[in-house]
Design a protein around this ligand. Sequence first.
Ligand code: NA7
Length: 541
Amino acid sequence: MAERFDVIVIGAGFGGLHLIWKMRSMGRSVVALEKGGDVGGTWYWNRYPGARCDVPSLEYSVPWDKELEQEWDWSERYSAQPEILSYIEEIARRHDLKRDIRFDTTVTAMARDNARKLWVVETEGKAVFEAPVVISAAGCLSTPNLPDIPGIETFARPIHHTGLWPHEPVSFEDKRVGVIGTGSTGVQASTAIAAEAGHLFVFQRTAQYSLPALNRSLTSEELAEAKADYATIRNHQRNSFGAAIIEPPKAMKAFDDNKEARFAEYERRWNIGRQDLLAAYADIGTDEQVNAEVSEFVREKIRGIVKDAETAERLCPSANPLGTRRIIMDTGYFEIFNQDNVSLVDIREDPIARIAETGVKLESGRYVELDMLVVATGYDAVTGPLLDMNITGREGVELAEKWKNGPETYLGLMMHGFPNLFTVTGPQSPTVHANVIMGIEQHVDWIGDCLAMMEREGIEEIEPEHQSELEWAKVVEAIGSANLRAKDTNNWYTGGNIPGKPRSFMTYQGGLDRYRAICDEIATNSYRGFQLSPAKASVEA
Ligand code: NA7
């Protein structure tokens, strides 16, 4: 016997919690289905040592609970995972959100029942849920990518993917630990593990750009200043490209500035401890020559930190321009390579041949014996969590089939053939290019307004025209192609990190501010590009 609700939400991270609160405030009955054992989403799963947000805490907080804004005291400029998880717990506690969440509940299939105009959601070995509306807040980075390295299943000692980290403490003391992967996660984990391990081996396939986060404790003055005027912070976030407080670029092309002034600007921004360097001049993201100069500036910084010249050179990124991949914010990463207990293993030069019971064998024949392996190989990002749910739309259309060449959506919010299925921070929306909590807010508000309109007008179903998806794809493509990111497709922004995944622009790169204006304009103009059923005119007649 299925349980029936007005709205089913998928996920109980920042997005799911905001949605429960919103749907309740609209008088809707709601249930959230969560794979994990508790609230937190990304911050529930990613408990690896060193896990930390790369957005400043004063900005990475919910804008919809004004009391919590005043009461919560962030301890650090960039909070660590345990503090963020406590914060999420506190949100759930204050609003009694857990009563509407089913934990340990993995969605295995979801299908539209055309006759009853309902989504029927099946869960692993458990209950079936039904609702006219489903809103997915399953996250963008929640399907771990387990690498297909020969022999990995034979490793007979502890092995942990960072996105599936154990809840019990993991000790590295006196152990030979290997970390595979040097994205944000591998960099954070390696930095923390290096402080404890007997010996750490960092297996690096591609050297990455990383900027210093300059993390530190927040002072009581800084907290008081933010709390005194949170409205200004939120206003700035809502009206900016990435919902981030960052210095605007100098108002000129980089090469119109003289060399001394340019390098002074790079240096000043390097020392801010945010992502400001990437925005020193607007053409860093579009002009190869300008980008090459800033990329070299970062490489020089690495050479200045790492004492062994050969190791430094191996750590210097050259495979892609600066900023085409998610920039890493580190807390002393390059410095660990000056420690005697840390070795860099360059698996671009000497690839992994196979993993054996007690270590990693390289193609040269070198064998690195390990007591523990940490797999920091990222995620099947953005589309993975949606495809994992085996979604079948109207008339038996499968999402996997519809997306076989890459995601097709309208505004990254809905798909043709999938009525009343909304995606929060979904593919072809700004997703990870903006502070995700603020991106969630924009989507939750838009979806809330849409559902209110439907109730008001007697509309039962909404879905985009296929033509609207084709036109939105052109917008996403045009903006994506104008950026140097288009030259670097071997990463999770385009699906290039997963063997066999179709490559496409999975994100809208035009900024949250511009995106918000587009979504609002379409809603104001009678939800242009959407089919409403029954048609609005006939309802009014
Ligand atoms: P990323 O950024 O996708 O990084 C994954 C890392 O794992 C990267 O260094 C990869 O090297 C490496 N990798 C992946 N597969 C393999 C195999 N098979 N062998 C060796 N090395 C491999 O994931 P993260 O978890 O670090 O970060 C994801 C986002 O989470 C991050 O951007 C923030 O937004 C938060 P490659 O570069 O592909 O050569």
